[in-house]
Design a protein around this ligand. Structure first.
Ligand code: 13P
Length: 252
């Protein structure tokens, strides 16, 4: 059985004190939740204080990006081992916003995933097609290339422990979520691809999250799909009550 993961990607929102206030509000509403892995991804500057605020709770910490080298003359970058040092156990890699605005490519994503795994972090590797790609019928070709190139050279037993997030770019921040069937179709495609490229065992274990306008009122239908193992939530993760409703989707 794959344990569901509900992860909140806070993107470039919230000061340190706002971030701590959010997890302080979240903790008591999700503290009974055992069946779901709960993850929050604040901005870099808030990681240290959020890490202290969630110590001993069932909330886990993620960063939103990392570099692939351990140290050196790389002004402005943050190494995976430093994320581990601040209390992260996850790191989001290759989010479409990073691919669109900051030059992340499948090649850099691949290096970052390898470095994150070496530092004992669980990468949340993002893939997803644009609207133009979907409309031209190339969704599966695009997803196949992203998964293949982002995970190249990674052993099957490591792939089994990764998290892949399918985030159709046209559904991010638009309020236009993929239908349950549209999402399931791509998730199944990714799982079968992992089976083909790595091993059936890795495909069975790897968790595939859906992201793109996940809200309290659509999470249940998405989570009912056999190959959707969780959600990567943007906007709705910025408020404790809406994120908690998504975390506790099974109870609603
Ligand atoms: P929204 O939930 O705001 O659409 O963002 C999704 C996302 O990009 C999560 O990484």
């Amino acid at each position: 059985m794959r344990k569901p993961v509900i992860a909140g990607n806070w993107k470039l929102f919230k000061t340190i004190s706002e971030s701590v206030a959010l997890v302080d509000a979240l903790k008591p509403i999700v503290d009974k939740t055992r069946s779901v892995e709960i993850v929050v991804a604040p901005v870099f500057t808030a990681l240290s204080r959020v890490s202290e605020a969630i110590a001993g709770s069932n909330i886990n910490l993620s960063a939103q990006n990392c570099f692939w080298e351990e140290e050196g003359a790389f002004t402005g970058e943050v190494a995976p081992k430093l994320l581990k040092d601040v209390g992260c156990s996850y790191v989001i890699i290759g989010h479409s916003e990073r691919r669109q605005y900051f030059g992340d490519t499948d090649l850099s994503v691949n290096k970052k995933v390898k470095a994150a795994v070496s530092a004992d972090l669980t990468p949340i590797v993002c893939v997803g097609e644009t609207l133009a790609e979907r409309e031209s019928g190339s969704t599966f070709t695009v997803i196949e290339a992203q998964v293949k190139n982002s995970l190249t050279g990674i052993p099957a037993e490591v792939v089994a422990r990764l998290i892949i997030a399918y985030e159709p770019v046209w559904a991010i921040g638009t309020g236009k979520t993929a239908s349950d069937e549209q999402a399931q179709e791509v998730h199944l495609f990714i799982r079968e691809l992992v089976a083909r490229l790595f091993s059936p065992g890795a495909a069975d274990k790897v968790r595939i999250l859906y992201g793109g306008s996940v809200k309290p009122d659509n999470v249940k239908g998405l989570m009912a799909q056999p190959d959707i193992d969780g959600a990567l939530v943007g906007g709705a993760s910025l408020k404790a009550d809406s994120f908690a409703s998504i975390v506790n989707y099974a109870a609603s």
